[in-house]
Design a protein around this ligand. Sequence first.
Ligand SMILES: Nc1nc2c(ncn2[C@@H]2O[C@H](COP(=O)(O)OP(=O)(O)OP(=O)(O)O)[C@@H](O)[C@H]2O)c(=O)[nH]1
Ligand SMILES: O=P(O)(O)O[C@H]1O[C@H](CO)[C@@H](O)[C@H](O)[C@@H]1O
Length: 358
Amino acid sequence: MDYAVIMSGGMGTRFWPRSRNSMPKQFLRTVGEKTMIQGTVDRISKCINHENICIVTNRNYIKTITKQLPGIKNENIFIEPYNRETATCIGLAAIKLLSRDPDALMIVLPSDHVIQNTREFRKAIEAAIKIARRDDVLVTFGVVPTRPETAYGYIETGGLIEVNNTIPAYKVKRFTEKPNKTVAQMFLDKGTFLWNSGMFVWKAQTLLDEMEKYLPDLYLSLMTMKESIGKPNEEKIIENEYKKVDGISIDFGVMEKSLKITVLKTNMDWDDIGNWNALEKYYLKDDDNNIVNALCSSIDTKNCIIFGNERLIATIGVNNLLVVDAGDTVLICDRERDQDIKEMVKQLQMMRGFDKFI
Ligand SMILES: Nc1nc2c(ncn2[C@@H]2O[C@H](COP(=O)(O)OP(=O)(O)OP(=O)(O)O)[C@@H](O)[C@H]2O)c(=O)[nH]1
Ligand SMILES: O=P(O)(O)O[C@H]1O[C@H](CO)[C@@H](O)[C@H](O)[C@@H]1O
């Protein structure tokens, strides 16, 4: 059967201070009426049976998930004892599904994406399922790049394999996760690279076979965990193995190394709402190019993003600033430096007594 695996255990630190440990970005209404995870579930519900939607998260978010997504079955919420990055999260989902269904096929989805043309998404998912069911490959969804973005992975397309319902599928020459600006610009100029959208389709067994090759330690831990599934010591064993695992993303751990990748060149209007600047497309701007979602009074203020709370925000003579009032915390950041919010959160983690702000 086909299953969706929605990764939803991240902290969303680049969206701090609105995204907090207790309520990370996937559970917030950032774009549109629904929270990001509700949007993700709605989108994939149009492609597969709702009963087959699974969520990988940690204990802290179970309450929020059951409140926001009352239709998800309890046994489809896979709990990680700690965050060990996406390869571990996806590996855990793979063994859980395989222990139920040896033919399980996984549609792996982050919970922080916005996709506006859902018809294209659906077409792409259908094409990916067809290919991944037939061939032992890892299917990725490529998006045509529009800027030298360094927060994404880049996929160089090789020869055309086939076209399904207008969606071309290509062999992959190489996968480069988060290149620096110069390399990203070179990829953009070459015209043969696509962004990796971070969504994947594969048979659970195909993925585990690739993990055995490229992440052998993680694979062994996963096999130990798999043995325990359904037994009284399952939770304990999973916790022990998670303690041993070195966290790594699926992109660095498997996708950069695998020789079995197929990429679909999609036409999705796709966005990863990874940081504050990503909101630019979804909010109206004033005459000075500011996005203001606050009680705000400004003089000579240009290209700023201002998100408020209850207080009035007054700005004079500032450009390119990100200002976020989250009640107990105010962030003032150069818009060019928004990736460094992660560093700020790390710094606060080291400061005694500051946990309540993260
Ligand atoms: N279950 C689980 N989900 C994860 C983990 N790491 C990331 N995710 C989820 O995977 C998706 C993509 O992750 P990122 O965009 O890096 O999100 P993030 O880690 O929350 O954000 P940053 O802290 O800003 O890097 C998001 O939906 C996250 O919630 C993990 O270790 N476990
Ligand atoms: O977890 P991150 O930092 O958002 O990166 C992942 O998602 C990107 C797209 O959202 C991809 O472009 C990356 O390759 C990666 O899969």
